[in-house]
Write a new protein. Sequence first.
Length: 250
Amino acid sequence: MDLLSFVVALVAVCIGAAGQRMIGMGWGLVVTPAIALVGGPLAAVLVVNLYGAIACIIILPKVWRDIDWRRLLWIAIPALALMVPGLLLARGLDTDLLRIAVGAIAIAGVVVSVAFTSAARAHDGPGLRIAAGTAIGLLNASVGMGAPAVGAYSLLSGWQDRTFVATMQPFWVLISGAIVVVRPFVAPEGSPDWPLWAWFVLALPVLAGVLLGNRLAHLVSARVVRSAIIVLSVLGGAALIVTGATGLLG
């Protein structure tokens, strides 16, 4: 294991955990490239989901009272239902081409979402929630990044207040936890061969990032959350395109 790459991963995990606490998303976008650098792209899916679930579990007690349980069920159930198909999709198709296609769709989705919400009108409803959950489940299981779909849904629905941040914590516990449990049976390849100490050390910046996020969360306004969601969603799509193109050219 390269020491410099591992240090970069530690810093990314800390930043990702802080962002997850403050705006409810961004963990995968920040952490996935860093973990891929240390353990490879296949390892990143497992590691990112494992430690992402741990981060959200640590955050849960702080945000419990603000969780929107009804909306959580609407998006979590279809997302969980699409876990196995998403993993099988990743195994059956060229992963790099899939990443490019998903990245392009993600960016287009954010642009359309911003255009639809320019008049400050929400477009929420059961159909949109089910569609969002389906997209998140497929993307997270197949390419390890469901954040662009989360961002598009939050923009279309106008859901960017403290309940969004709170509800995303149990949502990612369910989604990431399911991937960690199901993946060894459906797609067992790519588990990182790390020494035991590395697994424990990587948990430390998770805790540090959550504590940092707790300190800064009250400073984050709804306007900042919306802006961060737009930026992170576009960057997530761009990261997928670059990763896929690099894989094809390599």
